[in-house]
Design a protein around this ligand. Structure first.
Ligand code: TXA
Ligand code: MG
Length: 552
């Protein structure tokens, strides 16, 4: 049946009229504090069937029954335990739905054949008045086409369902903006099936234990048995493909810069808007999770008004408190397509001029819990391989081996005799060293290291800098370095000079490094610089927040 759908001001007369329609088995668009609902008389199976038809909702996804007074709960559920009493007193009326054992009078059409029923007592005055006036409990899912973002304004309901119901009561925009928290209630405990405005912290003030169901953060397969059937469907999705990019704002910007194409847009927090010259959607403030909750669905709907947009990179909300609900919805809107930059392993190359203090820096960073791969150590291991020794002997003379053992001094004498010889040595040595270093870095990453230092005296010469997210270089004045290496390695002035001159220039190092440590002073001064650097590497967000504050 086709309706001439009307949008009504929620005057007392209109509410009486809408209630009449409900009693006659019709559907009504109903504002609640969370999202708009598509209401029908929960005791009328035919009316309930209309809900599924209008939304295109899968039949195995049960509905929430809405009541206007706590006393009505006893007519819907079999048992009201002391825990249920406590939860009602703390959160009703409000955005909490409890899944409880159902009475036989509640039809399979509402519960999708489950032995439980979901019930909630909304706080929105129009919803409560409508339920009261109708005189029956109302089954009401969110009033969107199945799979689309839930409606937070009457216009959203009209957009999705016009022609499929006689009227929508316009109660303005929904305050909460995300659907109610759905919990299964145990003895002095609750399990969150769908997170919402009522948070883990809120529930813990009332019950002793709160669990978060696996389905909240992980993808459930179509045939998997799930605590809350609604969580297994693709949901809230605009036509454009959404990708959630989880990381700091700097990481996000870098990612978008390298991935943007024609038809790319971003979904970011309000104040980040000016950072992009792409189409931008916003959803509230970074620090105010409730503002994100109330704006997310509207932002997702706005995307559908732009047919030219194919991909949207979305900033991830922080998933605690109300943010858990925001994250949960965005996760479904993007079909679980998440790019996790937060837990990415960052590799920092460490190099430096001879005698500048590179090894000291590596040791200090290691003490800060940073995983270090020392390419000198790697080289010493790699050079033990018989095939490599064989190649070296062919190139530099059989007598560099004595009883199969490498005479390092002899090899060094020959390899550093000319530029060409040095290049030949590098060509043989660099590839296996890099390969082994890569494996050691993978092992550190697998062991949980998120920051790895690749300590390599010839970082640039070997091309290993290309494998690094950033490069740290240690430099010092020539005079200071010469004294250090003469004392350390027992070199003459000329030997020290030759070694220093064989290296890349300070100018080159300064130009190609992201972090420069200048070790012209005391060991304490170096340590201070290294500690500040370690702080930056470990907490990029802190440095960013600092930046954000400076920009006001
Ligand atoms: O805020 C809200 O809860 C809104 C407004 C209109 O009240 N309603 C709403 O309904 O979001 P709906 O149908 O879109 O979502 C109901 C959720 C689904 O995830 C469903 O699977 C779950 O509640 N649910 C309903 N009955 C259940 C049951 N017996 N056991 C487990 N989960 C149930
Ligand atoms: Mg829904």
């Amino acid at each position: 049946m086709q309706y001439e759908t009307q949008v009504w001001e929620p005057t007392p007369e209109h509410i009486v009229q809408a209630a009449k329609l409900l009693r006659r088995g019709e559907l009504v668009g109903m504002p609640t504090e969370t999202v708009y609902g598509l209401a029908a008389n929960a005791l009328d199976e035919q009316a309930v069937a209309k809900i599924f038809a209008a939304k295109g909702r899968p039949m195995d996804n049960p509905l929430i029954v809405h009541i206007a007074h706590k006393e009505e709960l006893g007519r819907i559920v079999r048992e009201i335990t002391p825990t249920v009493e406590k939860l009602m007193d703390a959160f009703w009326p409000g955005p909490l739905t409890m899944v409880l054992p159902r009475r036989p009078e509640i039809s399979d059409a509402v519960t999708a054949g489950l032995d439980t029923v979901a019930v909630r007592l909304p706080s929105h005055p129009v919803a409560r008045k409508l339920i009261e006036e109708a005189g029956v409990p109302l089954a009401a899912p969110s009033a969107n086409t199945s799979g689309k973002p839930s409606p937070t304004r009457a216009s959203h309901v009209y957009h999705d369902l016009k022609g499929k119901l006689p009227c929508i009561l316009d109660g303005g925009s929904c305050q909460v903006g995300l659907e109610s928290t759905v919990i299964a209630v145990g003895e002095n405990s609750a399990r969150i099936l769908r997170p919402g405005r009522v948070t883990v912290g809120d529930l813990l003030k009332v019950v002793e234990q709160v669990q978060v169901d696996d389905g909240v953060f992980t993808k459930l397969e179509g045939n998997q048995k799930v605590a809350s059937p609604g969580m297994k469907y693709k949901h809230y999705a605009p036509s454009a493909h959404v990708v959630m990019v989880d990381g700091s704002i700097t990481q996000f910007c870098d990612y978008v810069r390298t991935h943007a194409q024609e038809g790319t847009a971003v979904l970011v927090f309000d104040r980040e808007k000016s950072l992009f010259d792409l189409p931008v959607f916003t959803y509230g403030s970074f620090s105010d999770q409730q503002s994100q909750a109330s704006r997310l669905f509207d932002a997702l709907r706005q995307m559908d008004e732009r047919k030219d947009i194919k991909t949207v990179y979305a900033r991830a909300p922080f998933p605690d408190e109300v943010g858990m609900a925001v994250y949960n919805r965005l996760l479904r809107a993007c079909g679980f397509d998440v790019v996790d930059l937060k837990n990415k392993t960052h590799v920092y190359g460490l190099t430096g001029q001879t005698g500048a203090g590179k090894s000291t820096v590596a040791d200090l960073l290691r003490k800060q819990g940073i995983g270090v791969v020392d390419c000198d150590v790697v080289a010493r291991e790699v050079v033990q391989s018989p095939t490599l020794l064989d190649r070296l002997a062919k190139q530099f003379g059989k007598d560099i081996l004595e009883n199969g053992v490498l005479n390092r001094q002899r090899l060094a004498d020959r390899a550093f005799a000319s530029k060409e010889a040095t290049q030949l040595l590098d060509q043989i040595m660099f590839p296996p060293i890099l390969q082994e270093a890569r494996q050691q870095m993978d092992r550190l990453a697998a062991a949980g290291h998120r920051i790895i230092l690749l300590d390599a005296p010839t970082l640039f010469e070997s091309g290993a800098d290309a494998q690094c997210d950033a490069v740290i270089t240690v430099v010092a004045k020539d005079e200071i370095r010469r004294k250090r290496i003469m004392a350390r390695d027992g070199l003459t002035k000329e030997q020290a000079k030759a070694r220093m001159e064989a290296q890349l220039s300070r100018e080159f190092l300064e130009q190609h490094s992201d972090y420069l440590l200048v070790n012209d002073g005391t060991p304490e001064q170096l340590e201070e610089q290294v500690l500040a650097l370690a702080m930056k590497l470990k907490h990029p967000q802190l440095t960013e927040m600092g930046k954000g504050n400076r920009h006001g």
